[in-house]
Design a protein around this ligand. Structure first.
Ligand code: PLP
Length: 381
């Protein structure tokens, strides 16, 4: 099983329990998926055809948004959405540093400047108490990441930014189907960005991304920006490059979308079982506002590297999401948020560990992993 693991800092040693595995889902849905792929091949139409249009509409409806705009990746979804909501070179966009490099890389690509804000130690999402101090007259948008499958505290963010005319972009790359106070993420701000990287809760068999929004103007600009500024083929209304979600991926995603809620429930069941059994580690917070979809099940522990090694010895794959916060990555050092500037983010980076989590993970393997963690905890106080 370990051989099939994707990247993302996943242990590549021979593991009997991988941190995630996309293969069982394919085998379970093989007939539907093969038929969908065959349909596209039979039609011979691969870019922006009927599968793409249908998926855009179906996924937007799933999120409770009016529009869906397919793009080539989650990173592009963030970049294009920011541009579509009016972010320009020289603007500031407030963002967290504990969600990997992609959100920050996307902001930099727009010519705007990322301004980092620390996260809440319990929820690991943007700390609304620290947001006001990060805002300036140049702030054009806040990028809130719904991390690991749990929504950020959106109302408290909106309360601060709405009166100032600052936009909210949700990064939903890890939260397809998650809810905030009974509403699906992807419908809570001015626009939202999704990734369909293969291991995501809704994953393609390649790259893909999508922007949701209920703002007609934002949707229109995003559609222009994703393809050379074309409203009509070959006639550019504005500068744009090519960032498209292809027909094959759209057809695959349409099939998987029909099974997403069942898969998210299966993740919740596994998460609840971990949370009930684990001892000696901090388990994910479950704030009352969030209905989590457990893209990752991330625990916190002082001797993270020791636990990781002990689990590897027992054949358990784990991941670290993420080992080096974005503000400490070389290309972003010039932004001036040096070591010590985001104490919670930095502390988490040395303590977080992702345990195996995917909808088909056998429950007895969840129990085996929990037992291995508990043995480590008992031996290391
Ligand atoms: C939080 C977050 N934002 C953005 C992205 C970027 O998505 P993609 O890899 O599709 O560009 C990812 C996934 O890598 C992510 O986890």
């Amino acid at each position: 099983m370990g051989k099939r693991q994707q990247s993302f800092g996943v242990q590549r040693a021979a593991c009997s329990i991988p941190v995630f595995d996309v293969r069982p889902q394919y085998l379970a849905l093989k007939e539907e998926l093969d038929a969908a792929i065959g349909r596209v091949l039979d039609r011979g139409w691969f870019i922006q055809g009927e599968e793409h249009a249908a998926f855009e509409a179906e996924f937007a409806a799933f999120c409770g948004a009016r529009h869906g705009v397919g793009v080539a990746s989650g990173t592009d979804a963030i970049r294009i959405a920011l541009q579509a909501i009016g972010v320009e070179p020289g603007d500031e966009v407030v963002a967290v540093a504990n969600a990997g490099v992609p959100p920050i890389a996307a902001i930099v690509e727009t010519g705007a400047r990322p301004v980092f804000v620390d996260v809440d130690p319990a929820t690991r999402t943007l700390d609304p108490d620290l947001l006001e101090a990060a805002l300036s007259p140049r702030t054009r948008a806040v990028l809130a990441v719904h991390l690991y499958g749990q929504s950020a505290d959106v109302d408290r963010i909106l309360e601060l930014i709405r009166p100032r005319g600052i936009a909210l972009l949700e990064d939903c790359a890890q939260a397809h189907g998650a809810e905030y106070r009974g509403k699906r993420v992807g419908s809570l701000g001015d626009a939202a960005a999704f990734s369909f990287y293969p291991t995501k809760n809704l994953g393609a068999y390649g790259d893909g991304g999508l922007i949701t929004t209920s703002d007609d103007g934002v949707a229109d600009r995003a559609r222009l920006l994703r393809q050379y500024g074309w409203r009509r083929q070959y006639l550019s209304e504005t500068h744009g490059i090519s960032s498209r979600l292809d027909e094959l991926q759209a057809a695959i995603l349409r099939v998987k979308l029909r099974h997403l809620e069942v898969a998210n429930d299966a993740r919740r069941l596994r998460a609840a079982r971990y949370t009930e059994s684990l001892r000696g580690v901090i388990t994910p917070a479950e704030p009352a506002w969030s209905r989590d979809v457990y893209h990752l099940y991330v625990v916190e522990v002082a001797d993270r590297d020791g636990l990781k090694a002990a689990l590897a010895e027992r054949g358990v794959g784990t991941g670290i999401h993420y080992p080096l916060p974005a503000h400490l990555q070389e290309p972003y050092a010039e932004l001036g948020a040096g070591l010590g500037s985001l104490p919670v983010t930095e502390r988490l980076a040395s303590r977080v560990l992702s345990l195996p989590m995917f909808p088909e993970l056998p429950l007895e393997q969840v129990d085996y992993v929990a037992e291995a963690v508990n043995e480590f905890s008992a031996a290391h106080g």
